[in-house]
Design a protein around this ligand. Structure first.
Ligand code: NAD
Length: 262
């Protein structure tokens, strides 16, 4: 028996908030991007997995019934005249280098800024005309706690992520009147290949054994004493692209187990 206070039964389709939408996830072949691509596909979107790692991008696209776009986001000039017909854009691709400024390779600095700031600008620029034409669009930028707070030895990463925060806010201001929202997510350390690859460098710059890096460096100031799981970021992206989040724009959402509450 149903009454006015009983919630209606969920239909089989109730979670498919992105049915009929097209989504693009950069860096979608691994880690957080792969979790986001799976989540958006589960919500009914046709997902373009954009990644320089072609085999992995194709494999995931096949798994989720999407498309692969093999693209090197350091080649930013090739994106200058791009037009994207996507309703959801997730700027996620990223790399990390850990080194003191005076030893930081200038080419690494440029590469990080190309992938993590210039390419997101060009992809937003390419996607907005289609979103404006439909009066609907969702842009989610995978930033980092390092988009809000600095850490030593990450000059390129911290500066690129701070730039991404600014880009996201400007996009929110310009896009709002056209039905387009833009947000940043700020994860703490997530259990992905990107984090595994930097453990040796972290050990070197912090002077701790490799086996101690997770406990002594990564989790040192995390109140919830564990790494973030990629699927947790995926779920948040799913919610942020859903119908309950249309007033969330220009914001930055920490998912860091309390790290930034210090
Ligand atoms: P990951 O290394 O698992 O995945 C990154 C993906 O980006 C890979 O598939 C890689 O092939 C792709 N990529 C790298 N360079 C590229 C290029 N030139 N062109 C196209 N694709 C390229 O990393 P992840 O940990 O999943 O990181 C994803 C995002 O999340 C990054 O922006 C990162 O800064 C951010 N982030 C990660 C953490 C973490 O702890 N892992 C924390 C906060 C924020």
């Amino acid at each position: 028996m149903s009454s006015a206070t009983t919630a209606p039964p969920a239909s089989a389709d109730s979670g498919r908030t992105l049915r009929g939408r097209r989504a693009l996830v950069t860096g979608g072949a691994s880690g957080i991007g792969a979790a986001v691509a799976r989540e958006l596909a589960a919500r009914g979107a046709r997902v373009v997995v954009a990644d320089v790692a072609g085999d992995a991008a194709h494999a995931l696209a096949d798994e989720i019934g999407g498309e692969a776009w093999v693209v090197d986001l350091t080649a930013t000039h090739e994106l200058d005249d791009l037009r994207l017909e996507v309703d959801v854009l997730v700027n996620n691709a990223g790399i990390q280098r850990v080194s003191p400024i005076e030893e930081f390779d200038p080419d690494d600095f440029r590469r990080i800024h190309s992938i993590m700031l210039v390419a997101p600008f060009l992809l937003v620029r390419a996607a907005l005309p289609h979103m404006y034409a439909n009066s609907w669009g969702r842009i989610v930028n995978i930033s980092s706690v390092h988009g809000l707070v600095a850490s030593p030895f990450k000059s390129a990463y911290v500066s690129a992520k701070h730039g991404l925060e600014g880009l996201s806010k400007v996009t929110a201001l310009e896009g709002g009147p056209h039905g387009v929202t833009s947000v940043c997510i700020n994860p703490g350390y997530v259990r992905t290949p990107l984090v595994e690859k930097q453990i040796a460098d972290q050990a070197k710059v912090h002077g701790v054994p490799v086996s101690e890096v997770v406990e002594q460096v990564l989790l040192k100031d995390v109140a919830v004493k564990r790494l973030v799981e990629p699927s947790e970021v995926g779920s948040l992206v799913g919610w942020l692209t859903g119908p309950d989040a249309s007033m969330v724009s220009g914001a930055s959402w920490a998912m860091d187990g309390g790290w930034s509450a210090r």
